[in-house]
Ligand binder design. Structure first.
Ligand SMILES: C[C@@]1(CC(=O)O)C2=NC(=C\c3[nH]c(c(CCC(=O)O)c3CC(=O)O)Cc3[nH]c(c(CC(=O)O)c3CCC(=O)O)/C=C3\N/C(=C\2)[C@@H](CCC(=O)O)[C@]3(C)CC(=O)O)/[C@H]1CCC(=O)O
Ligand SMILES: NC(=O)c1ccc[n+]([C@@H]2O[C@H](COP(=O)([O-])OP(=O)(O)OC[C@H]3O[C@@H](n4cnc5c(N)ncnc54)[C@H](O)[C@@H]3O)[C@@H](O)[C@H]2O)c1
Length: 209
């Protein structure tokens, strides 16, 4: 299968997760940074999921799956440990709804990559379903390579880029945007010296006056 990778805006959309086990937890943790409405359909949930429910982050319908549970859902996760239930979820999924089955059987509208998230910086990894174990291993390597400071780094780049775009156009703008990727800036952020990045930027933006 040749999958099309994309980053989706699912804010305020309804996402139904059928099943409340460990795989449901994994999917929900990937969904939590969004503003989607998360609904779990399952007779039982794990302790961690119960915590998210208590916090009001997830709505739990404590019941076995029924087709009407999928009404108005944009995304559907069939993540029970029962193939018959996952089949029933698939049957009830309308053509316009997007379905993910954790058992990788039947209709597959999308699969889930592993995610390393550092604020706006997102790395996703997939083997197109060939080896989830390898996906996990690569994720661990990349999580180490791209440490927590990438969140602040990308946030600085965003702000600096917007400021450059406000002031410059044409060749000067292109030049400054490429200068912005100077590895020195990343190093300063990593060493907790963000004020040096700010001074660096001031110096360049100030050049125009
Ligand atoms: C990335 C990640 C995200 C997530 O789960 O959201 C994810 N699997 C993860 C881990 C993981 N999953 C499994 C193992 C045990 C080792 C192994 O089996 O190899 C490990 C490793 C571990 O946990 O250490 C078992 C497994 N997974 C699938 C099946 C069914 C099958 O293949 O038949 C079975 C057998 C079940 C059984 O034995 O019954 C299927 C899928 N798993 C996918 C995603 C999709 C394709 C990903 C890709 O392209 O590589 C896909 C196709 C559908 C989907 O779920 O979207 C998450 C990363 C962890 C992280 O982020 O840390
Ligand atoms: N994609 C992945 O990463 C991955 C990894 C491991 C396993 N799997 C697959 O995912 C499945 C689920 O794994 P798990 O570890 O979360 O299992 P689990 O046993 O921890 O959880 C299964 C959940 O399904 C719920 N359930 C059972 N019948 C139901 C029904 N009729 N309606 C609603 N919910 C119902 C149970 O209450 C439970 O919460 C496995 O059977 C396997 O096929 C996928």
């Amino acid at each position: 299968m040749s999958y099309f990778p994309l980053l989706m805006n699912i804010d305020y959309k309804k996402v139904v997760i059928v099943g409340g086990g460990h795989v449901a937890r994994q999917k929900i943790e990937a969904l939590l940074p969004t503003k989607a409405t998360l609904i779990v359909i399952s007779p039982a949930v794990t302790e961690t999921l119960q915590h998210y429910i208590n916090e009001g982050l997830v709505t739990w319908k404590e019941k076995a799956f029924e087709p009407a549970d999928l009404d108005d859902a944009a995304l559907i996760f069939a993540v029970t440990n029962d193939e018959k239930v996952n089949n029933a979820v698939e049957e009830a999924t309308q053509h316009w709804q997007l379905l993910s089955r954790a058992d990788a059987k039947g209709r597959v509208d999308f699969i889930n990559p592993a995610v390393v998230r550092r604020g706006d910086f997102i790395v996703t990894i997939s083997t197109s379903g060939s080896s989830p174990g390898l996906t996990r291993r690569v994720k661990i390597d990349l999580a180490e390579q791209f440490g927590d400071h990438y969140a602040q780094y990308v946030s600085f780049l965003k702000e600096a880029r917007q400021r450059i775009l406000q002031v410059y156009t044409g060749a000067k703008k292109t030049h400054l945007l490429s200068e912005l990727l100077d590895p020195q800036l990343l190093q300063w952020i990593e060493q907790d010296e963000k004020q040096k990045c700010e001074a660096w930027l001031q110096q360049r933006i100030g050049e125009k006056q």
